[in-house]
Write a protein that binds this ligand. Structure first.
Ligand code: FE2
Length: 232
């Protein structure tokens, strides 16, 4: 079980790239000539749509301040450089592991991770999935309950800021966790679903009770249709 949660940076796989372009999360914005390719995508639902599990106040800060801040910083860093017209996934891939590009990577990866997080939730979501995704979860984790136990453990045990992910690794589903801005994109994995466990994601609503936030995410918010589309 430990191996499943171990996260190592390896070179990017084309499978992840292809999927993300199909899912419309490549992050290419309006592409205005002379500006950057990175924009803040609209939220897929109103700011109060996830209440009472995540408040409009939390999303107002999280999307409107934190996520927008990552977008603005990324745009500022790449403007006028060779990176300016690169789409988001390519920018994350090409700056990963390069110490001189750490600022671009950290902000661009956080833009991607947050784009993915908002899509990973929906009003009235959560609970047991069906169809091919349910079969894949059962094959990988024994049961939905097995998936829940491992996902909760990864999300709760991520020390400090970071993310927990359900990913596809070839034909297998796995759960990984990443610290700070790190993302499965840099490990050749195809992300299906993510939860943000930075404190800014839950502190206004849950204070130190990260476990209650994770439980609410699983029971009421997971967008299984989005995960199924990413599974392909
Ligand atoms: Fe966040």
């Amino acid at each position: 079980m430990l191996a499943r949660r171990t996260f190592l940076k390896v070179s990017a796989g084309m499978g992840a790239l292809a999927m993300l372009h199909l899912a419309g999360l490549g992050g290419r914005g309006q592409g205005r000539a002379g500006e950057t390719a990175i924009d803040l995508p609209p939220l897929p639902y109103p700011e109060n749509a996830l209440e009472p599990h995540i408040s409009a106040r939390t999303i107002g800060f999280h999307y409107g301040k934190h996520h927008r801040g990552y977008v603005d910083k990324t745009r500022g860093f790449v403007a006028g450089t060779e990176w300016a017209q690169m789409d988001l996934v390519a920018l994350v891939q090409k700056t990963a592991g390069k110490p001189e590009q750490t600022s671009i990577f950290n902000n661009a990866a956080q833009v991607f991770n947050h784009n993915f997080y908002w899509q990973s939730m929906k009003p009235g979501g959560g609970g047991v999935p069906n169809g091919s995704l349910a079969a894949a979860l059962n094959a990988a984790f024994g049961s939905y309950e097995g998936f829940v136990a491992e996902f909760k453990d990864a999300a709760a045990s991520q020390f400090g800021s970071g993310w927990a992910w359900l990913v596809r690794d070839g034909a297998d589903l796995k759960i990984v966790k990443t610290g700070n801005a790190d993302t499965p994109l840099t490990a050749g994995l195809t992300p299906l679903l993510t939860i943000d466990v930075w404190e800014h994601a839950y502190y206004l609503d849950y204070q130190n009770r990260r476990g209650d936030y994770i439980q609410a995410f699983l029971d009421h918010l997971v967008n299984w249709e989005f995960a199924a589309r990413n599974l392909g």
